[in-house]
Design a protein around this ligand. Structure first.
Ligand SMILES: [Zn+2]
Ligand SMILES: [Zn+2]
Length: 143
């Protein structure tokens, strides 16, 4: 017997469904439909390169917003011409997929890399925990 906790509202059709505990909060019927639409669009774009989002949506009978979702999630790669209607969440530049333009993505990656490096720098209390002799020497050299 499933407890009430395992029920969630499908984010597409808004019906309650039994949530398996992982993955997107989408019911089975919608998930199946989503997958069918997705593969249709994917095949369409492969066979018809250069189509706009609008044309693709019309020819595949799929909402434009859904195609944008897939691009945002980077499930779909758009190689067509024209604008996708997606914009960089940071600078607002039109983009083809994902949430950031290449420049912002790069500068964020750089910033994340720098952040990671500073996190990796041994904190004083970590040195005390590190009893291993080799590790102690290694940590010491890096400072
Ligand atoms: Zn649903
Ligand atoms: Zn940007």
């Amino acid at each position: 017997m499933a407890s009430l906790d395992s029920f969630k509202q499908c984010r597409i059709c808004r019906r309650m469904f039994q949530y398996p505990g992982f993955g997107a909060e989408v019911c089975q019927a919608c998930r199946k439909e989503d997958e069918e639409m997705f593969s249709k669009v994917k095949t369409y774009l492969r066979d018809n390169p250069g189509r706009t989002i609008h044309q693709t949506a019309k020819d595949c009978d799929v909402p434009e917003s859904r195609i944008r979702d897939w691009l945002k999630e980077e499930r779909l790669e758009y190689t067509g011409s024209g604008e996708t209607g997606l914009f960089c969440e940071h600078c607002g530049k039109p983009i083809m997929s994902g949430k950031l333009c290449d420049e912002c993505r790069m500068s964020f990656a750089k910033a994340a890399g720098e952040m990671k490096r500073s996190i990796e720098k041994p904190a004083p209390e970590r040195k005390q925990i590190a009893h291993d002799g080799d590790k102690m020497r290694f940590l010491g050299r890096r400072q």
